[in-house]
Ligand binder design. Structure first.
Ligand code: FES
Length: 82
């Protein structure tokens, strides 16, 4: 038996991912990039294990969350480009 998928909002886009998927996986489905560097370059996950900080997004109003470490939950609101 598999768990029900979860639905979250990524920059205003509804995304559905399997239960247990990371927020990074959800963002990869919906957004062109995770954030921009200080010089404006688009950034995306590199390590996938919480070391590089390249996957930072705002989750439910809390900035600089490493999306590769956070499991997606129903109703989460995620914003990129912080
Ligand atoms: S991908 Fe490196 S910290 Fe998330």
């Amino acid at each position: 038996m598999s768990a029900a998928p979860v639905r979250l909002d990524i920059d205003g886009v509804a995304v559905e991912v399997p239960a247990g998927a990371s927020v990074a996986a959800a963002v990869a489905l919906a957004a062109p990039h995770f954030r921009r560097s200080r010089s404006g370059q688009p950034r995306a996950p590199l390590c996938g294990m919480g070391v590089c900080f390249e996957c930072r997004v705002r989750i439910d109003g809390v900035e600089h969350q490493r999306s590769c470490l956070v499991p997606a939950r129903e109703g989460m609101r995620v914003a990129c480009d912080d």
